[in-house]
Design a protein around this ligand. Sequence first.
Ligand SMILES: NC(=O)c1ccc[n+]([C@@H]2O[C@H](COP(=O)([O-])OP(=O)(O)OC[C@H]3O[C@@H](n4cnc5c(N)ncnc54)[C@H](OP(=O)(O)O)[C@@H]3O)[C@@H](O)[C@H]2O)c1
Length: 244
Amino acid sequence: MNPQSLEHKVAIVTGAGRGIGRAIALAYAEAGAAVGCAARSPGEIADTVETIVKRGGNALAVPTDVTRPAAVEHLVSTVAAHFGGLDIVVINAGISPGRVPVEAGDAEQWHEVVNVNLIGAYHCARAAIPHLKRRGAGKIITLGSGMGHRGKPGSSAYSCSKAGLWMLTRVLAQELWDDNISVNELVPGPVDTAMNTAPGGLATFGDSEWIKAPEDVVPLALFLATQPDRGPSAQSFSLMRRDG
Ligand SMILES: NC(=O)c1ccc[n+]([C@@H]2O[C@H](COP(=O)([O-])OP(=O)(O)OC[C@H]3O[C@@H](n4cnc5c(N)ncnc54)[C@H](OP(=O)(O)O)[C@@H]3O)[C@@H](O)[C@H]2O)c1
């Protein structure tokens, strides 16, 4: 049997309309999972689902804003009802504003970044946990960032949101250890996506980093989804080359 098979598994991927989330959704479906695809833009997640179905897979698009708890509850219950349960949640939806120092920053934008990247992740985990417990096992994978571990000037909102997400990952892992639900962080390092089109994005890394395509993140996302029920938890797995 293929050790990376996701046959009979049901996954939700937030932010599945483009970038890293889309690549993970396509790969999980290719590995046999039924995939609930969530994001705010209905056209983008419909396109992800259409691609999966054309390739012979199984997927459902549920337009969702992760900052809205009722919408997240609806996402999780719709996917679980449609596919008969839930095994894997990839908390990937995220935003990153351009670089701005704290002194020149905008408080509302700061709030929005934390609201999507951290509080949105909390809503997703909270809604998913009862469904994962019902299965007797599960995986939660959060998309973290090196900036959440080390920070970078001009990135206070993003770095703080990802630092909080890393701590949420660790706390959840401890709360869910006895339920066979593992919770781990995937740190992709710089990836060429829409998030990085702003000036000062990928260019700041020069050739010091491995600049990835979204598909380069897939092997680690598959690895994390296919570990044993009592496999690694509360861990951060990084694809970065350097410590900065
Ligand atoms: N790219 C990188 O270099 C990099 C590095 C480290 C970590 N990451 C993390 O990886 C994740 C994916 O990033 P990416 O580069 O693939 O970004 P992306 O291409 O901009 O995709 C982000 C996805 O998140 C969705 N999203 C944003 N706000 C949302 C909300 N409120 N509710 C639901 N969905 C929402 C977007 O769809 P809608 O706008 O339609 O909602 C989109 O599908 C993020 O958490 C990011 O912080 C990325």
